[in-house]
Write a protein that binds this ligand. Structure first.
Ligand code: MG
Length: 375
């Protein structure tokens, strides 16, 4: 016990020096649902981060679609590499603003664990399949995974994460007048920076977009002009990567500067004051918000609704809805872990839990194993 107390006070001392007063300090955590002894040398949010990394839901992100399925090749981001880019960007922002990096990392690594196979197409199918039992939403499902479905510890179901980590997911499910912790706000902002930039990069690599077309988007054009003024005669792929780096740098720097100004002007000095501020403090400047929205509208039209992406989406939707019907009619074929919950949750939810845990490739391989399904 003495070791734990000593470690706690060392962590509190370190955070008192390193973190800003508006950061979430570990010693102020609201704790876990199931009380646990402190760890001798890992802080609470560090333990949360480790529990997420060691979960099977996290590992499966490696083979789940972000935007492009495996049919597009192997250059583009998966749900896992997207998550790691979000964590990387969020830590950079968090360190610069003197926020709690362990909490930020745990929040970032967890933020997409609730995604089913095939990205938002998969989510849409499962939502329709579960219409009569509450629908399916990846944020809600992430909470279900980490509080119930992951079985890793003899003492409790789920991962028993700190309440601040669960709060991050809750804020994306239900709107509240209380603003989330700055660490949560940073992860949301980093998520948006990551997908805006890497979706453009992936779409260029896959040939769904070309550089000339993207020059019509102001944010991209300004970054490209900056790179071209510094380096003459770059080949297309080096130019593209340099522009992506420049874009991330520009978006992160703008976010840090604008957030810092808001924090100074509003004299925020505690997480409680962050909560009652009335609006998000972590946000880009007005000019950058407009530019970012222009890029997002462009990506929406030209990438997310590209005929090749839509065709893959249809294949995925058919596969998942056929698997849903198959397992609803043959629930005895569900793995025992999911069968065990059917009496409590009902067949539709139980099947949905199983399907949403699958990687894209596992779901597609099952389609081949079950001749009873249509494809
Ligand atoms: Mg994300």
């Amino acid at each position: 016990m003495g070791h734990e107390l000593e470690a706690n006070s060392r962590l509190a001392d370190r955070e008192a020096i390193l973190l800003a007063p508006y950061a979430m300090h570990s010693c102020d955590s609201a704790g876990r649902e199931h009380a646990e002894l402190d760890h001798p040398y890992r802080g609470p949010f560090q333990r949360d981060r480790d529990r997420i990394v060691h979960s099977s839901a996290f590992r499966r992100l490696a083979h789940k679609t972000q935007v492009f399925t495996g049919q597009f090749g192997d250059y583009h981001r998966s749900r896992l590499t997207h998550t790691l880019e979000v964590a990387s960007i969020a830590r950079t922002i968090g360190r610069e603003l003197r926020l709690n990096e362990d909490l930020i990392e745990a929040l970032a690594l967890m933020h997409d664990v609730g995604h089913p196979p095939f990205g938002h197409a998969g989510e849409k199918v499962l939502d329709a399949c579960c219409r009569d039992c509450g629908g399916f939403d990846h944020n809600r499902h992430a909470v279900r995974i980490v509080t119930l479905l992951e079985q890793r510890y003899p003492e409790f179901p789920g991962l028993n994460l700190s309440r601040e980590v669960l709060w991050g997911q809750q804020t994306r499910i239900e709107k509240s007048i209380v603003q989330p912790l700055l660490e949560i706000q940073v992860v949301d902002a980093a998520d948006s920076i990551a997908y805006d930039t890497h979706d453009a990069d992936d779409a260029l690599e896959l040939g769904l977009l070309d550089l000339e077309t993207l020059l019509g988007v102001r944010l991209w054009r300004e970054a490209a002009e900056n790179i071209r003024s510094k380096y003459l005669g770059l080949d297309t792929s080096t130019l593209r990567r340099a522009v992506i780096h420049r874009l991330i740098e520009t978006l992160v720097s703008d976010l840090v500067e604008s957030t810092r100004e808001r924090l100074e002007q509003s004299h925020i000095s505690s997480p409680t004051e962050v909560g009652s501020h009335g609006e998000r403090l972590v946000a880009p400047s007005e000019g950058m918000s407009v530019r970012k929205r222009e890029l997002e509208a462009f990506l929406f039209e030209r990438v997310y609704r590209h005929p090749k992406v839509l065709a893959e989406r249809t294949i995925a939707e058919n596969a998942l809805s056929d698997l849903f019907s198959h397992y609803c009619q043959n629930s005895d074929q569900l793995p025992s872990k999911f069968q065990a919950r059917l009496a409590v949750d009902g067949t539709a939810r139980g099947v949905c839990d199983y399907l949403s845990s699958m990687t894209d490739r596992f779901a597609l391989s099952l389609m081949e194993d079950h001749p009873g399904t249509k494809h």
